[in-house]
Design a protein around this ligand. Structure first.
Ligand SMILES: Cc1ncc(C[n+]2csc(CCOP(=O)(O)OP(=O)(O)O)c2C)c(N)n1
Ligand SMILES: [Mg+2]
Length: 616
């Protein structure tokens, strides 16, 4: 007879989560770092009671906003290179839907997170329950169906025993490097509280190891042949290099073959910035060193990248018409993009095998030397734009220079939206793998502070520096209070350019009038003068407004000794961004307009579009 244990569905779920382990550097530990929770009637009695039972093994953390708590969970997984992750539970209705944007963020970035929104009564007796949206034509539809397109696996639990296969599938998805992404188990609130005789074996400890698929022999041979025929090879390092922890294998391959490397937002810090073959950022927000090579490259080894438009300059950057792309990726969907030669494999395994098969082959020395020259030229340019200044309104680049001088490269730098991602991609000198944390897959305003909190939970001994614009800060800042409450210190540098600076610049570049982006250009009776330092202080942070770049450097040096989250505010210039480096980006300009500036921008746009390659 199977031994069973009688538990509610919620109790079985939380007990199961606590039994899932992983091994990192030979140390066994729980694979779930904890559960973020905001309770309501849809989860407090079921999941809430069950989380209380296991609070010692599986800690519960309280937040102020469901989207933010999910950001923290996702950032935690990213900082752990997807080896560990968290769950996030909400009530039904608004609490659940607050997590949908975060689910999409995890989906785009291929990051594991377990969403546990409450759902309506499976028995439908109290219908419509508080916060239930009624569908006139579909009795099975609930607001949680919004999670379906942004979850890698979605299930609605309408009977307690369904949690057994659902959790097994959830673990497959969360731990599989190719499928990896958000899992949503919508938990009907009556079923959370329903008991079932679960087999004891369901709660056996399970240790999950990272799967590292090796390349197919035929695909490997084709990739090797393509590389050996190259005269201008280039590696694009994407986030997959970091998730596979393949920096060592990457360095070995490119050093052996003399192949320059450029990095996507997700892949930055695959090699340290000062590695001689690292041309750093590629694409729209790229360096001149990387983009020069990208324009000419005849074989592009794209490792662990989704090849999104910022990387490819909307497919106008890679201009060599005879080029071959090798798609080294653990996910076939990505490996075969743009008629690439697919090389489906874990990055570390694939790079090691590729390196061995190249067997001493080297790229022409002129190509490698040319890359080294380009890097020197870029470094000189970057030094100029990040140099200190007395300007009343410094540029983002000058603030970045100050943060880098004060904090070095040994911190984890985090950002997500606004003008900062472009500037940091180009200009930040990253250190160790994972020291540059960009959420630029979804570029979600409001990710930054909660994301920083998740990183700090994953890496409590590291200094976590969050750089954020005033717009993003105003969108979602509440987890400053959580960081103070949990004793998890963040250093937050807030650049106040009084509005949506980067979109205002984009508006101007596409011929638009200055309209509805900077506060001064938005409909107003009173021009807001927001005291960000006072706001942050009210949430419990140490906060200071500095009035110069020198003042920022002094305040950052002091902040290192603070044990509490510190927010430093500096006014910046909304109109300046770094022109050097970079590449055109496809943003559609109106075909007809009464504004001559728009018509002129359209003409220039049509010219640029001619550079785009379609499909290949
Ligand atoms: C949630 C969300 N809404 C809208 C956008 C579009 N968007 C991208 S950047 C930006 C402005 C950001 O303003 P701020 O944080 O002040 O940075 P700045 O552009 O001034 O550097 C907007 C509205 C977005 N990325 N995310
Ligand atoms: Mg701004």
């Amino acid at each position: 007879m199977t031994k069973t244990i009688r538990l509610t569905m919620a109790q079985a779920l939380t007990r199961f989560l606590g039994c899932q382990m992983t091994e990192i550097d030979g140390r066994k530990m729980p694979i779930f770092g904890g559960v973020w929770a905001i309770f309501g009637h849809g989860n407090v009695a079921g999941i809430g009671e069950a989380l209380y039972q296991v609070r010692d093994e599986l800690p519960t953390f309280r937040a102020h906003n469901e989207q933010a708590m999910a950001h923290a969970a996702i950032a935690y997984a990213k900082a752990n290179f997807r080896r560990r992750f968290m769950a996030a539970t909400s009530s039904i209705g608004p609490g659940a839907l607050n997590m949908v944007t975060a689910a999409a963020l995890a989906h785009v970035n291929r990051l594991p997170v377990l969403f546990l929104p409450g759902d309506v009564f499976a028995n439908r007796i109290p219908d419509p329950v508080l916060q239930q949206a009624e569908d006139f034509s579909d009795g099975t539809a609930t607001v949680n169906d919004c999670f379906r397109p942004v979850s890698r696996y979605f299930d609605r639990i309408t009977r307690p025993e369904q949690i057994i296969p659902a959790l097994n599938r959830a673990m497959q998805v969360l731990t599989d490097p190719a499928e990896c992404g958000p899992v949503t188990l919508a938990l009907c609130q009556d079923v959370q509280a329903e008991a079932f005789d679960y087999p004891e074996s369901f709660f056996a400890e399970r240790v999950w190891h990272q799967r590292r698929p090796r390349p197919d022999r035929g695909e490997l041979a084709a990739a090797v042949a393509a590389l050996k025929a190259a005269t201008k090879p280039l590696v694009i390092a994407g986030g997959g290099v970091l998730y596979s922890q393949a920096s060592g294998e990457l360095a070995q391959l490119v050093q052996g073959a003399g192949i320059p490397v450029c990095e996507t937002q997700g892949g930055k810090s695959s090699l340290p910035d000062d590695h001689p073959l690292n041309m750093a950022a590629v694409g729209v927000t790229g360096t001149s060193a990387a983009n020069r090579l990208a324009e000419e490259a005849d074989v592009v080894l794209a490792v662990g990248t989704r090849l999104q438009d910022f990387t490819t300059g909307s497919w106008a950057l890679f201009k060599n018409s005879g080029k071959t792309i090798i798609g080294l990726n653990v996910q076939p969907f990505d490996a075969g993009k743009h008629q690439a030669l697919p090389l489906v494999t874990d990055a570390a395994e694939g790079l090691a095998e590729l390196g061995a098969a190249l067997n001493g082959w080297q790229a022409p020395a002129a190509w490698t030397d040319n890359a080294a020259r380009g890097k020197k030229e870029w470094q000189a340019e970057a030094g100029k734009v990040t140099a200190s200044t007395n300007a009343a309104y410094p540029s983002d680049a000058q603030v970045i220079g100050a943060v880098q001088r004060a904090m070095g490269s040994d911190v984890i730098l985090l950002h997500a939206a606004g003008g900062l991602p472009g500037e940091l991609h180009k200009l930040w000198q990253a250190g160790a793998p994972g020291s540059y944390h960009a959420e630029y897959g979804f570029s979600t305003m409001g990710y930054e502070i909660a994301g920083g909190l998740g990183v700090k939970m994953a890496k409590p001994d590291d200094e976590v520096v969050v750089m954020i614009g005033d717009g993003s800060y105003l969108m979602l800042n509440s987890e400053i209070a959580t960081s103070v409450m949990l004793g998890l210190k963040l250093t937050i540098v807030l650049l106040d350019n009084r509005g949506y600076g980067c979109i205002n610049r984009l508006q101007m570049a596409t011929g638009g009038a200055n309209f509805n982006n900077l506060l001064k250009d938005a409909r107003h009776e009173i021009l807001p003068d927001i005291d960000f330092a006072a706001h942050a202080a009210s949430l419990g942070a140490i906060a200071e407004k500095v009035s110069s770049i020198a003042g920022l450097e002094t305040a950052l040096a002091k902040a290192k000794d603070n044990s509490k989250t510190t927010v430093l505010v500096i006014d910046t210039d909304p109109l300046v961004s770094t022109d050097v480096g970079g590449h055109w980006w496809d943003v559609a300009v109106p075909e007809v307009s009464s504004r001559p500036q728009v018509n002129a921008a359209r003409k220039a746009y049509e010219e640029k579009r001619r550079m785009q390659s379609v499909g290949d």
